[in-house]
Design a protein around this ligand. Structure first.
Ligand SMILES: [Zn+2]
Length: 343
């Protein structure tokens, strides 16, 4: 790794390096993934709007092409001009801050953004399971709890905030690895053992945007795509449940949004969280493709090469620091990937 870094640093000094970066980026685009946006009033932690503003201003000042995700998928598929380092923004989940805080900022900069919503969440039928876990740990009447998750019994103990947060993170991670039914059973047991009743509606900092807000955001230039109904890890659900999650969320979004985007976003979205059966359903429904949450560039070469690659498009989490953002969009990260591959 040291030698790759050195080579990269040396390369930065070469007069032709910017042109080289443009060359390595010619088939690539950066798709950024965002989640929560800081809102002190509602007690929401997340991306600070001043950071987002600074990043968008930088991208515009440096002539990056900011493209709608749908347009990017079409271009990566061979329709229209090459991607050439274009940048697309996505937001996951459909929380209220994404409508009230993020949408106006993206609109102010004329930057397209696609938000993926879980329709059961917007319909007020549920709140997200990881928020419920956080709620239980925060409100637990005891500082130790035993919970069965699948075949294993876990023993969580905490003395302070840091340990509690670690226990909560561990339990959340374990829940992603078992079946959907086992996960829901485990969360219910965690609530019982902790002496916490889970309210029917989420607390304000975990609330969804409304469908009216979806349409208001559309008016500001935001577009919307489906992100399942209840946000299960699809590969951990039954075949029927998986089919329902995809089909119903798409139907529901189409009935509420004016111009829904036929691109799916897999809940959790890591390599093992979806596979051939999910892609088969998306293909049958006529989707243009799907985004995952594995880090990487959207690449036209793989996109057009493999039949399924447009259903496995990678994204980068939106970094907290501007230099890291520049590393992705400029192609420095791509250059490093190519160097690593060739060593
Ligand atoms: Zn999500």
């Amino acid at each position: 790794m040291g030698s790759v870094k050195q080579l990269l640093l040396n390369s930065l000094l070469l007069p032709g390096f910017p042109a080289l970066l443009r060359h390595v980026q010619r088939n690539c685009a950066t798709v950024f993934m965002l989640h929560r946006f800081r809102d002190a009033e509602r007690g929401i932690a997340g991306c600070d709007v001043s950071h987002l503003r600074r990043a968008l201003a930088y991208l515009i000042r440096n002539n990056y092409e900011l493209v709608p995700l749908r347009n990017l998928f079409e271009r990566l598929g061979g329709k229209g001009p090459q991607a050439r380092g274009a940048v697309a923004f996505t937001i996951d989940d459909g929380y209220i801050d994404q409508a009230t805080i993020a949408a106006p900022v993206f609109s102010e900069f004329g930057c397209p953004v696609t938000t993926f919503v879980s329709t059961g969440f917007l319909d007020g039928k549920l709140w997200y399971w990881w928020d419920q876990i956080e709620h239980i740990f925060q409100n637990a009447t005891r500082r130790s709890v035993q919970v069965r998750v699948g075949d294993t019994v876990f023993d969580y103990r905490w003395e302070n905030e840091e340990q509690r947060i670690r226990a909560q993170a561990e339990f959340t991670a374990v829940c992603k690895r078992v079946s959907e039914a086992e996960k829901l059973t485990a969360i219910a047991q965690l609530a019982r053992e902790s002496g916490v009743e889970i309210p029917g509606i989420p607390p304000p900092h975990c609330a969804p945007m409304s469908w009216d807000q979806v349409r208001i955001c559309e008016g500001m230039g935001m577009t919307f795509g489906p992100h399942s109904v209840t946000h299960p890890v699809l590969s951990r659900t039954t075949h029927d449940a998986m089919g329902y999650e995809i089909t119903e969320s798409w139907a529901r979004l189409r009935s509420e949004a004016r111009s829904p985007v036929p691109i799916f976003c897999y809940p959790n979205g890591e390599r093992d969280d979806f596979g051939d059966r999910e892609i088969a359903v998306l293909r049958r429904l006529g989707f243009l493709g799907a985004v995952a949450s594995e880090p990487g560039y959207a690449n036209a070469l793989t996109f057009q090469g493999g039949e399924d690659d447009r259903f496995r498009v990678q994204r980068f989490g939106f970094p907290d620091e501007l230099p890291h953002i520049i590393q992705y969009v400029s192609g420095v990260e791509r250059f490093k990937q190519l160097l690593r591959r060739s060593t």
